[in-house]
Design a protein around this ligand. Structure first.
Ligand code: S3P
Length: 431
């Protein structure tokens, strides 16, 4: 594919957008709908490639799922109704699909093979394989089970108490999904609190889960029942426009229907710390996930330090935060973020390499990056490296670059935000 010419040289951003459905919640709605009994309807589902991979995997497990745009209907057969797949379960680029699916398959008495794309083949799986094997599943894969392709033969599981070595909602969720099929109680303790969509979804489907600080427990053998899931907009997608409106002069953007789950709102806290101009209006809760609209205007920003318990609350927003920091006054330090190295790409490397091509003053550190702000950006040819969030961050960088910017591998953006360029175009004001 030819490099895409990005939008540059704009005067301001102005307008309102409805942020597409949350990726994490869309995956979970299809998964819980598939292991519950009865019909589940999903509204404002994200029809991005990652969530479509989840649908296709569950169809191969024998679940009847109909998807038309943002509407999905799942005819849940109950967890015991899942069938041995005849084909390889292809998760595409999606870490959430493979890791949560492993938790479900760990308790199923049949054989499955899981594989994905080039990026998935580099992502660590032992973090999920180890606890699931301890519970009783048989899982193997390349390099002793660290990498795909993986094979799973599930079976009778026993509940465990498990302390996560890294803060990961995917690993926590996989263990909880296996725990729902285990004998006794399963408890997961996290080093830092991560997104709690799985816990909320267990309750929405009529199950019980106990959460106490960084510890979460479920009892095995619970029956889940199909329900209606209204997916709020994805704050991780909204983040690109929160950033754009903050750094492009004379802008005002309204983002409607943004998920405001406190385990995900680290980006709002950081923008606040940096001096952004945001007005948040919460919506009355119509589902188990809070949401609201955010009005954001251009503001002079200052550098900050981002570390510790804040990191899991904004882990996917670090690429766009790095860009914001290039325009803030002073230095921004991001630490405790080693996990960035095992995302869709090594995001410490890809952020630093690509932003430097546009003239940013940014360097990698052992567990994050250091950005010296107030640096004007220039034109150039950059690459998403096949990582959707790197691609979108670079498209926002282009808005403030002096000179033309070309993006290689721009299609990667379809993983989480197929309408990204349309939305961006609709907000753009030229002279
Ligand atoms: C996700 C959890 C996070 C996040 C990913 C989605 C989820 O990954 O980066 O985009 O839906 O549970 P980790 O669990 O690896 O931190």
């Amino acid at each position: 594919m030819e490099a895409k010419k990005l939008i540059t040289n704009i005067t301001s951003l102005s307008g309102t957008i409805n942020v597409p459905g949350d990726k994490s919640i869309s995956h979970r709605a299809v998964m819980f709908g598939s292991i519950a009994t009865g019909r589940t309807t999903v509204e404002n589902f994200l029809p991005g490639e990652d969530c479509l991979s989840t649908i296709s995997c569950f169809q191969k497990l024998g679940v009847r799922i109909r998807q038309e745009g943002t509407s999905v209907t799942v005819e849940g057969p109950g967890i015991e109704g899942l069938q041995e797949p005849k084909e390889i379960l292809d998760v595409g680029n999606s870490g959430t699909t493979i890791r949560l699916l492993m938790g479900i398959l760990a308790g199923r008495p049949f054989h499955s093979i899981l594989a994905g794309d080039e990026s998935i083949a580099k992502r660590p799986m032992t973090r999920v394989v180890r606890p699931l094997a301890e519970m009783g599943a048989t899982i193997d894969g390349r390099m002793g089970g660290e990498y795909t392709p993986l094979s799973i033969k599930g079976g009778a599981l026993k509940g465990i108490g498990y302390t996560l070595p890294v803060a990961s909602a995917q690993v926590k969720s996989a263990i909880l999904l296996a725990g729902l099929q285990s004998d006794g109680i399963t408890t997961v303790v996290e080093p830092e609190k991560t997104r709690d969509h799985t816990e909320r979804m267990i309750r929405m489907f009529g199950g019980r889960v106990e959460a106490d600080g960084k510890s979460v427990s479920v009892e095995g053998g619970q029956k889940l029942t199909g329900t209606h899931v209204l997916v709020p907009g994805d704050i991780s997608s909204a983040a690109f426009f929160l950033a754009a409106a903050s750094i492009v002069p004379d802008s005002t953007v309204v983002l409607q229907n943004v998920g405001l789950n406190p385990t995900r709102t680290g980006i709002i806290d950081v923008l606040g710390m940096m001096g952004a101009d945001m007005d948040i209006c919460g919506q009355p809760e119509s589902s188990s996930e809070p949401s609201g609209s955010i009005t954001v205007k251009t503001a002079g920003l200052r550098g900050t330090v981002i570390e510790g318990g804040l990191i899991p609350r904004l882990i996917d927003e670090i690429p766009i935060i790095a860009l914001i920091a290039t325009q803030a006054e002073g230095r921004t330090v991001i630490k405790d973020a080693k996990e960035l190295k095992v995302k869709e790409t090594n995001r410490i490397d890809t952020v630093v390499t690509e932003l430097r091509k546009l003239g940013a003053d940014i360097e990698a550190s052992e567990d994050g990056m250091v950005i010296h702000g107030g640096t004007p950006l220039h034109g150039g040819t950059v690459s998403s490296h096949g990582d959707h969030r790197i691609g979108m961050m670079l498209a926002i960088a282009a808005l403030i670059s002096k000179g033309e910017v070309y993006l290689e591998d721009s299609e990667a953006i379809n993983v989480s935000y197929p309408t990204f360029f349309e939305h961006l175009q609709s907000l753009t004001v030229h002279d």
